[in-house]
Design a protein around this ligand. Structure first.
Ligand code: COI
Length: 329
């Protein structure tokens, strides 16, 4: 078995690839670039491609299939960027990875505390020696209601983490789970929109929840609501969010993800003119915190992301089911 790793990071992922390739007895090639930078030919002669999120629509899958690739190993939990139907038609089996939900969950809590305590303006003003208090007053999370949308592994961990702060916790998910119920009350989405002081998103992106937060949902929310998104950019209509921030309806947003991230996040674009007006406007607001999709990024997660690919490939090679396999619905 030979794996082609795209977008390989020498400084953190490669040592794990070297280690697991030896343990599993697989060959590999790697490139630091995406297929559109370095070409699909890097995958020539490989059984599997392992890659971080980028456009994996029909064209990319067809290019891989032409080169004999039979397995697509995603270095991510999310797979909304993959045309799973086309992959199945081409006979390509697809696997995602799993890593502990705690990293993203604690990052989400950090972002909501930073928003509630106005940490970004406090740090920015301190950097220019403005140590005055005016405009820096925060909100105590313990008297707030936090609404968690999505109570899968990450959302449930967020609830568990928040349970120590004394805030009221409500949540929404079409599939309820008993652990979440220990910490929060399940409510319908409209109630969550109406009653939350902070709303945090922890659901994967699907056609059904595209732009779940939009002008209609913002209209239902409390004035000054804080929005946290460490899940997927497509969940929020960014133009509507900008309007809601401008009007003051939304009091602040912490965004680790954006609808258009391709070509931006994980690249060094210092000095470039970036054609992404929504990002530019959002970045200009003092009550918006943005980070470049780094909520997942811990030593634990990176190791698990590399290991997950080898585990999935071993199951695929043996013709077995893999817990990591993802299929079109
Ligand atoms: C995922 O694992 O789905 C993530 O969001 C992190 C990935 C972009 C590296």
């Amino acid at each position: 078995m030979k794996i082609c790793f795209y977008v390989m990071r020498e400084y953190d992922e490669l040592p794990y690839v070297e280690q697991f390739a030896k343990e599993y007895g697989y060959d590999y090639v790697w490139t630091a670039g995406y297929p559109e930078d370095d070409g699909y030919d890097v995958a020539n002669g490989c059984d599997a491609v392992d890659i971080t999120p980028c456009d994996l629509g029909a064209h990319a899958l067809e290019e891989f299939a032409k080169r004999g690739v039979k397995y697509l190993l995603l270095r991510s939990v999310g797979y909304d960027h993959v045309d799973l139907k086309r992959a199945a038609e081409l006979g390509i089996r697809v696997a995602n990875v799993s890593y502990p939900p705690t990293g993203v969950a604690s990052y989400a809590v950090m972002m909501m505390l930073m928003l509630a305590r106005r940490m970004q303006p406090i740090l920015r003003r301190a950097a220019v020696q403005d140590f005055s208090l005016k405009g820096k007053i925060g909100q105590d999370i313990s008297v707030m209601t936090v609404g968690v949308i999505g109570t899968g592994k990450i959302g449930t961990t967020v609830l568990k983490n928040l349970s120590g702060f004394g805030c009221r916790l409500i949540c929404y998910d079409p599939y309820q789970n008993d652990t979440a119920k220990q910490y929060a009350e399940y409510v319908d989405l409209e109630t969550l929109f109406r009653e939350s002081d902070i709303i945090t998103l922890h659901t994967n992106a699907t056609e059904e929840n595209h732009h779940l937060l939009n002008k209609d949902s913002f209209a239902l929310m409390k004035d000054g609501v804080l929005i946290v998104n460490t899940a997927r950019g497509k969940l929020i209509n960014a133009a509507d969010l900008i309007d809601a921030l401008e009007s003051g309806k939304v009091g602040g947003a912490a965004l680790d993800v954006l609808e258009i991230e391709d070509g931006l996040y994980y690249y060094n674009r210092v000095g470039d003119v970036i054609a992404n007006r929504q990002m530019a406007v959002l970045r200009s607001f003092p009550n918006v915190i943005m980070s470049p999709h780094t909520a997942f990024y811990t030593t634990t997660a990176v190791k698990d992301m590399v290991l997950g690919a080898f585990e999935a490939l071993k199951s695929f090679e043996a013709g077995e089911e893999s817990v990591h396999e993802v299929k079109a619905r």
